[in-house]
Design a protein around this ligand. Sequence first.
Ligand code: DX5
Ligand code: ZN
Length: 216
Amino acid sequence: MVKVAPSILSADFCCLSEEIKKVENGGADLLHIDVMDGHFVPNITLGPPVISSLKGKTYLPFDVHLMIENPEKHIDDFIKAGADIITVHVESTVHLNRLVNYIKNKGIKPGVALNPSTPLSSLQYILDDIYMILIMSVNPGFGGQKFIPKMLEKIRDLKRVILQENPEILIEVDGGINEENAPDIIKAGADILVAGSAIYLSSNPGDVIEKLKTAH
Ligand code: DX5
Ligand code: ZN
């Protein structure tokens, strides 16, 4: 069954621990934490102090999505803060192989994210080293945007490559996911669905999580 990772970007930041309990009780599998620096993307969110303050408030693994320039400068801080998965954008760093292996050698699961226009070929020589690939299905920076339909083709193409090269790698899809488009995204090959606004702007987050998990 597909896993669901609610993004706290659309949660009420004044009471994050209650907001996290809501999705934990609602059956979430991971907690997706969007870190933005105002440079790599045109928005600023939160950093290591907020993440470490949430550790111990939930048993959900922390799926940390770094949308920051020069992520290598901050990796140790995110590891210390309690990240379980750290995903970096291929567009954000020159030495991707070094960074991914650094994360892995620290015992953290490394993920690599691609912006919508970045081709899958940028992953060709990194597939032996990573735990997860995050396909952005909106341009990163904000919650509540519309899913880019062309990304279904990208997910299908990626699934084909992964089955040939390293079937262990998980495909996470992030941006504009809701109950209506989830079946197609799952059929295309997604293993993990990230959803922010669909879950947090709903009056019943647990119900949305359940619907996403059982979508077909
Ligand atoms: C966008 C973030 C997403 C975002 C998803 O830059 O990476 O994780 O919070 O939010 P929705 O589900 O509202 O598109
Ligand atoms: Zn994200």
